[in-house]
Design a protein around this ligand. Structure first.
Ligand code: MSK
Length: 676
């Protein structure tokens, strides 16, 4: 058994073979043991919102067609989906709230005095946007901004301040539909209320309420999280690193961070450079301290610090099975409760840190943002102690790791795309208008054992690149591309169509841009806003030649992200099909009718080739509507000499960016745009 039916990643296949040999169970084993899964549940037809049930609707029309209360299949499917959206919005937005609390404490009110503002430029820009006046005292400004941001969670009336960044035409659509997001918490509570037994009985009205809550996440909680993190920890810049299990180091103390919030992980990175702690590691026989990450905490410290990524969602157990992880420290979201059992096969300590997330059997060291360095030190001390107990004979680290470049944002992209003297989105828009780049597609989201790990992500991204589509990525999808080498500048020459390759070669960027973690999907919205603002390829998001895809969606947050993308006017392919197949009303609304209202729509499918074809057709349709030039190359052949653009003629690359090609010296590893 070579496990290629479980993962497309050779490192994962290697560790899965080790797991079989030592009898360790992983998510794939548990998933297989659950087959066949409940067909009612898969179709979304099982209702558990009251205690008359659970009720289930017979999809073949022979048995019950309504629940005990009279709810039909369409209402039940819509209610289940709405509740997933509420949970996803709550998770992202609560992450945002935690970071804002830390930002408020920067002024020294006792809540989180261990942090400071590392990005005063962004702080001042945000203060101007939010109407915060100040006398130049950065700490005061940060505190005032945080107070305003906090108020967005409890606000009763909208619109949310960050949602005003959306183009006017898009906001007019929301107003007409009655889905302009008000307060973040209010929309989540409203949706839970509407989907309670005996409240909203119109499935389409419920889906509109779900869109409003999702918008409160995308243009509210998530956007606030991204902004507050950038203010506290610095705006990312293009940076080199490596990804996959091979980043674990046999001779060093390995600490893996996993989850989503960067507040502790940033401190761990700082503590890992502390000479005293390094000396302790050496005393224990280690050559140093190695901090790496899983999932979105990894993306956060990758984007800002260049820390290596050990893997995406389905790698969390595999990393422990290498026997090389001394401590896995987790915060919130996407953390499998199984970690403690898997860690028990080795010497690894699992440490939970959030007051919201405990795992029986794990050590709980509750993170206090007033003493972040103390928490980081305590974790490193535990890791050093665990290293001393590590059995070298049981350490088997797959030799797979890949170079990558990450750290692109809506703020620094103009600099990287336009060069030193033409920073802006105009060169990108010119490349799209001239038919060098077909469009821009966001490929985001999780892994799921329902799909061979990474296979959908990689198939879709490769297929889009070949068709001259620039890809932007976040979350575990970005990590999948990182492991496969698609985040290297060289990937343009290897995989991109000739038009995209010309642009990437000239600029020195990879054809796939890593723009961050799950909350950083807000950066993708901001890129779309900037494209509209620059002008020339659409006056609202729904007119742009852009699309989105979640090829291996697992989390409720993925449903929420898809929902706010569609509500923002973006065509979104969602795979595997979520639990909507039991209702033709829900499917028809979300896959067809909603387009007339928001300008966006879903494609639900299990077929990644169908998704790729539909995305390309969508981009071509948008290009046609905008009367853009035909694609300059079709099937690798130059199709129109007339469409020669001026995009690259006077390009002067930003200092250092073209040196981000892999294999170059480490001191060249970060290219930072000028301070704003
Ligand atoms: S971590 S939500 S598995 S992308 Fe953001 Fe990965 Fe999905 Fe979690």
């Amino acid at each position: 058994m070579n496990f290629d039916n479980r993962s497309a990643d050779p490192a994962a296949q290697e560790v899965l073979a080790q797991a079989r040999d030592c009898g360790a169970q992983t998510v794939w084993d548990r998933y297989d043991a659950l087959q066949p899964m409940c067909g009612f549940g898969e179709l979304g037809l099982c209702c558990q919102v009251c205690y008359m049930g659970p009720c289930r609707i017979d999809p073949f029309g022979e048995g019950a067609q309504v629940g005990a209360c009279g709810a039909d299949a369409h209402l039940i499917v819509a209610r289940n989906l709405a509740r997933a959206v509420a949970a996803g919005a709550a998770a992202h937005s609560d992450h945002g709230r935690q970071v804002v609390e830390v930002l408020r404490g920067v002024a020294g009110d006792g809540a989180s005095s261990g942090y400071s503002v590392l990005n005063p430029g962004k702080l001042k820009a945000l203060a101007a946007e939010w109407g915060v006046a100040g006398n130049g005292d950065v700490r005061r400004l940060a505190s005032e901004l945080a107070v305003r941001m906090e108020a967005q969670f409890g606000a009763q009336r909208g619109p949310l301040v960050p949602s005003l960044r959306a183009p006017e035409a898009q906001r007019a659509r929301w107003a007409k539909m009655g889905i302009t997001p008000r307060g973040i918490d209010r929309e989540i509570v409203d949706l839970l209320h509407c989907s309670h037994h005996g409240v909203e009985a119109d499935p389409v009205a419920l889906l509109r309420a779900a869109m409003r809550a999702a918008l409160a996440d995308g243009w509210g909680g998530s956007m606030i999280a991204t902004d507050a993190q950038d203010v506290l920890f610095g705006g990312p810049a293009a940076i080199r690193s490596r990804a996959n299990l091979g980043v674990l180091e046999e001779k060093k103390v390995n600490i893996l961070v996993h989850g989503h919030e960067p507040t502790l992980s940033e401190m761990l990175v700082a503590a890992s450079r502390n000479p005293e702690l390094l000396a302790r590691a050496r005393q224990a026989g280690a050559e140093g301290l190695n901090i790496a990450g899983i999932c979105c905490t990894a993306n956060e410290i990758l984007m800002r610090q260049g820390m290596p990524v050990a893997g995406n969602y389905l790698h969390q157990e595999l990393a422990l099975l290498t026997g090389a992880v001394d401590v896995m420290v987790v915060d919130v979201q996407c953390v499998m409760p199984s970690l403690v059992q898997v860690a028990a096969c080795r010497h690894t300590r699992v440490v939970t840190t959030s007051p919201q997330a405990h795992i029986p059997g794990a050590e709980h060291l509750e993170f206090d943002p007033r003493e972040p360095m103390a928490a980081a030190r305590a974790i490193i001390e535990r890791a050093v102690e665990a290293f001393a107990r590590r059995d070298p004979a049981r350490v088997r680290i797959p030799r797979h790791s890949m170079d990558l470049v990450a750290g692109f944002t809506n703020e620094n992209l103009p600099y990287y795309l336009g060069g030193r003297f033409r920073a802006g989105y105009r060169p990108l828009i010119d490349a799209v208008a001239a038919g060098r780049i077909r469009g821009i597609v966001a490929v985001v989201g999780c892994n799921t054992p329902r799909v061979v790990q990474d296979q959908h992500h990689l198939a879709l991204v490769r297929s889009l690149l070949a068709r001259d589509v620039l890809v932007v990525q976040t979350g575990c999808s970005a990590i999948a591309s990182g492991k496969a080498g698609l985040l290297r500048p060289e990937a343009a020459a290897e995989l991109a169509g000739p038009g995209l390759r010309e642009v990437c070669d000239a600029v020195g960027i990879p054809p796939v841009l890593h723009v961050g973690s799950c909350v950083d999907n807000s950066r993708i919205l901001s890129i779309c806003v900037a494209l509209v603002a620059e002008g020339g390829i659409g006056s609202e998001l729904s007119e742009l030649p852009v699309a989105a895809a979640a090829p291996e969606a697992m989390s409720e947050k993925a449903v929420t992200i898809g929902m706010y993308a569609v509500a923002s006017g973006i065509f979104t392919a969602f795979l595997p099909t979520p639990r909507v197949a039991g209702s033709r009303v829900v499917r028809k609304y979300l896959e067809e009718d909603v387009e007339r209202e928001t300008g966006g729509k879903f494609l639900f499918t299990n077929d990644i080739q169908e998704a790729a074809r539909a995305i390309v057709a969508h981009l071509d349709g948008k290009r046609q509507a905008l009367k853009l030039a035909p694609m300059l190359y079709e099937n690798g052949v130059r199709s129109s000499e007339a469409a020669v653009s001026r995009v690259l003629s006077d390009y002067v690359p930003p200092t250092g960016l073209t040196s981000l090609g892999c294999g170059k010296a480490q001191e060249q590893s970060q290219s930072r745009p000028p301070e704003s």
